[in-house]
Design a protein around this ligand. Structure first.
Ligand SMILES: Cc1ncc(COP(=O)(O)O)c(C=O)c1O
Length: 457
């Protein structure tokens, strides 16, 4: 199988492209060969969205195994915050890799681990001091928060929202309630988890006071409430403005810890470093992942220092806070703070505005919503959303389903204005084609997921 590309473009040239460049049908011959080989040896549980086979990326552009170049509005699922292979992140990774690849920070002292925790303390959206536990992924950050909350409060119960996604390991998947398939065949899940209707933030607090705490379990038996300040896999929904403040008050009233899961919406994606900052709310614990290290595996549980009462040995991780991931995170935070927050706010407003105008003209679109470069485009139904995803892919634009019938738009935060305009034009063309031909005209070979089953998280 030929996976060597004639790399005729330098990385700078690739990053500087504006439009996709397709040179084969999709999937191309090399992509088909990879997909066939992959199908024999990889776990069939992997939720593949469409037959995209990337081998190289720079900025907001990604090249596939056949040399096709795509405009990436996925950012590796909201991960490559600083763009694919940002030169400053790559240099930081290379330098750290040459110095020290690994030493377990759970058992010894890594300077760069503490440096990153200090940096996170500096940008954490809590007033007082914080301490941080570093993990390898979002789900591990969630697990750490569940354990810390129970350990610190001595209470067992946990709350999360219907529609939320918090991960796939046993604790976090017990909180997750976006799709039944995440639970199917895995029970019993973690006991003590209660799900509450989300309703875009309307009425959820009343439900907890009037139903949950009165009928199911008293408030003083709840350790923590987990919330995604902007719903991620559940549909890129922005709650009504008072929602998070109401949750803060509820938690403070009952001694419940408020955990903001910012694995997807944090690290600058919404135009502020943390999504809670749009709502002027301070969580007790904040979880970060995905965009924190531009693609290197890292998760962080940042907690108010006074909550970190667990004892030495209570929690740890062999690889969590790996020095190479820490180096990538420090470089990513520098870039996000110095230039990307402003770009995200400006380009995000432009994309949202363009999509709202499109929604006004195009009956298959229900609404466009979002903050910064975390934008959801709600279509009329799941099949139509699937079709728009596929029609965009066929034109060289990468987007991904979310929620019941939404397309998520989560490009790298380095997206330029011309690239944003090109993406908007492609979405408009894709929607027009789906409206004209009907959603049933769209499918991709190698695409196993049925309609209405968003992939990834
Ligand atoms: C809000 C949220 N929390 C947790 C996770 C789990 O992160 P990971 O896939 O890195 O385990 C995800 C995404 O996958 C997420 O979107």
């Amino acid at each position: 199988m030929a996976t060597d590309l004639a790399l005729d473009l330098s990385s700078e040239e690739l990053a500087g492209l504006i439009e996709p460049r397709l040179v084969t049908e999709l999937p191309g011959p090399n992509a088909r060969a990879v997909i066939e080989a992959d199908g024999k040896v990889t776990s069939p549980s992997l939720p593949r969205a469409y037959p995209f086979v990337p081998v190289r990326g720079a900025g907001a552009m990604v090249q596939d195994v056949d040399g096709n170049i795509f405009l990436d509005f996925n950012a590796g699922i909201a991960v490559c915050s600083t763009g694919h292979a940002h030169p400053k992140v790559v240099v930081a990774i290379k330098e750290q890799a040459e110095r020290l690849l690994h030493y377990s920070a759970s058992d010894f002292y890594l300077p760069i681990y503490a440096e990153l925790c200090d940096r996170l303390d500096g940008i954490a959206p809590m007033e007082g001091p914080t301490r941080t536990f570093l993990a390898n992924s979002g789900t591990e950050a969630v697990e750490a928060a569940m354990k810390l909350a129970r350990n610190h409060t001595g209470r067992q119960n946990l709350i999360s929202f219907l529609g939320s996604f918090h991960g796939r390991s046993y604790g976090s998947v017990s909180l997750t309630a976006s799709q039944a398939k995440y639970h199917q065949g895995f029970g019993p899940l973690l006991p003590g988890v209660y799900h509450v209707p989300y309703w875009g933030g309307e009425g959820a607090v009343e439900y907890m006071e009037q139903v949950l705490f009165r009928r199911l379990a008293p408030a003083n038996e709840f350790a923590a409430l987990f919330v995604e300040p902007i719903l991620g896999e559940g549909g890129y929904e922005v709650p009504q403005p008072r929602f998070l403040g109401q949750l803060r008050d509820l938690c403070s009233r009952h001694g419940i810890l408020l955990v903001a899961d910012e694995v997807q919406c944090g690290m600058g994606r919404t135009g502020k470093m943390w999504a809670v900052q749009h709502f002027d709310v301070q969580p007790d614990i904040l979880l970060a992942g995905k965009g924190i290290a531009s693609g290197m595996p890292l998760g962080a549980m940042i907690a108010r220092a006074d909550l970190m009462t667990w004892e030495m040995g209570a929690h740890g991780s062999t690889y969590g806070g790996n020095p190479v991931s820490c180096a990538a995170a420090l470089a990513s935070i520098d870039l996000i703070e110095s230039e990307l927050l402003a770009n995200t706010e400006r380009i995000g407003a432009m994309v949202l505005d363009g999509l709202r105008r499109l929604a006004g003209d195009q009956p298959i679109i229900r609404e466009a919503r979002g903050l910064g470069l975390m934008i959801g485009l709600e279509l009329t139904d799941p099949r139509t959303a699937d079709a728009v995803e596929v029609a965009s892919f066929k034109r060289g634009l990468l987007v991904l389903r979310a929620g019941d019938a939404a397309i998520r738009i989560a490009p790298p935060l380095v997206l330029s204005e011309p690239q944003a305009r090109a993406g908007l034009r492609i979405i408009e063309e894709a929607c027009r084609e789906v409206a004209e031909r009907g959603p049933e005209a769209f499918s991709t070979s190698g695409h196993e997921a049925g309609p209405g089953t968003p992939e990834g998280a």
